[in-house]
Design a protein around this ligand. Structure first.
Ligand SMILES: *[C@@H]1O[C@H](CO)[C@@H](O)[C@H](O)[C@H]1NC(C)=O
Ligand SMILES: *[C@@H]1O[C@H](CO)[C@@H](O)[C@H](O)[C@H]1NC(C)=O
Ligand SMILES: *[C@@H]1O[C@H](CO)[C@@H](O)[C@H](O)[C@H]1NC(C)=O
Ligand SMILES: *[C@@H]1O[C@H](CO)[C@@H](O)[C@H](O)[C@H]1NC(C)=O
Ligand SMILES: *[C@@H]1O[C@H](CO)[C@@H](O)[C@H](O)[C@H]1NC(C)=O
Ligand SMILES: *[C@@H]1O[C@H](CO)[C@@H](O)[C@H](O)[C@H]1NC(C)=O
Ligand SMILES: [Cu+2]
Length: 234
């Protein structure tokens, strides 16, 4: 009996430790190649126009985004959300083909991203982390800049977004528009033309999924053990 109590309190302790861990946390990306720039332009003849551009931050930690969206449909269709999706847009422009959100650490779409803990969100969930587009009735031209610490301009990183796409959604999830990210030449505007600073920067692989599998397996073992224990005491 004493042994059982000892075992169960041990179990509770393990479970508490496991519950505290965030198995889906995305690491901050570092050593992103200098000046690497990727831009996605929304398709013409679809609702919402404009572009989103991501440039490696100056110190290589995270990516600076510059967003300029306009020509919104009825504001009642909002708030509008936008994400980096896993796949490029097919040639026919069908946004369904972009697949799901960029989520290299296995985080699901639900629960919704809590912006106070951006590392727990899907790296691709830009509007979850930085805010959805709400005030389109007054703000005809949505412009925003921010640093996102969880996506990468390094093709070696699982959080690399440069070969993927952006999708803009209505509040009901409908995919209103989308576009491929494509690499831009580093814009070094010293004089006229031709200064193509190629971005052959340091490409250090970014942090791998640190023990992700182990942690989620641990959670499963924990649940099974707890269930077995409960059954045993009945
Ligand atoms: C990189 O710069 C950002 C601000 O631009 C800062 O928050 C961050 O601490 C810096 N990281 C390193 C490793 O210097
Ligand atoms: C997006 O990129 C993919 C891969 O390069 C390409 O096959 C596709 O045609 C592009 N889609 C559009 C709409 O340009
Ligand atoms: C886009 O692709 C989806 C899935 O393949 C399909 O159901 C839908 O009809 C397509 N939409 C258009 C406008 O072609
Ligand atoms: C988001 O996380 C903070 C703690 O970082 C917590 O106080 C808050 O309740 C959370 N919000 C939601 C909606 O879960
Ligand atoms: C995009 O690049 C990443 C990292 O190099 C790679 O793992 C992924 O398969 C690529 N995705 C596509 C759709 O090409
Ligand atoms: C632009 O090019 C000039 C001359 O090649 C160089 O001195 C400068 O550092 C470059 N600026 C940026 C932002 O790369
Ligand atoms: Cu999306």
């Amino acid at each position: 009996m004493k042994l059982l109590i000892l075992f169960s309190s041990f179990l509770v302790l393990i479970c508490a430790v496991l519950a505290q861990q965030q198995p889906n946390d995305a690491p901050i990306t570092e050593n992103n190649p200098k000046m690497a720039t990727f831009q996605a332009i929304l398709q013409e003849k679809k609702p919402i126009q404009g572009q989103i551009t991501g440039v490696s931050s100056n110190n290589g930690t995270g990516v600076n985004f510059n967003i300029n969206f306009f020509d919104f449909p009825d504001a009642a269709m909002g708030p509008f959300k936008y994400h980096i999706h896993d796949l490029p847009v097919p040639q026919d422009g069908n946004c369904t083909g972009a697949g799901g959100h960029l989520s290299p650490y296995g985080r699901n779409d639900t629960p919704a991203c809590n912006a106070t803990q951006p590392g727990t969100c899907q790296p691709g969930d830009l509007s979850g982390k930085h805010g959805a587009i709400t005030d389109t009735a007054h703000e005809k031209n949505y412009q925003l800049m921010y640093l996102d610490l969880y996506v990468s301009t390094d093709p070696q990183s699982v959080s690399f977004f440069g070969n993927r796409s952006v999708v803009v959604h209505a509040a009901n999830g409908a995919r209103l528009n989308c576009g491929n990210f494509t690499q831009q030449m580093a814009s070094n505007t010293t004089g006229s033309g031709g200064s193509t600073t190629t971005t052959a920067g340091t490409s250090t692989p970014t942090g791998a999924a640190v023990g992700l599998a182990t942690v989620s397996k641990g959670g499963f073992v924990c649940a099974v053990a707890a269930m077995a224990y409960m059954l045993g005491t009945m």
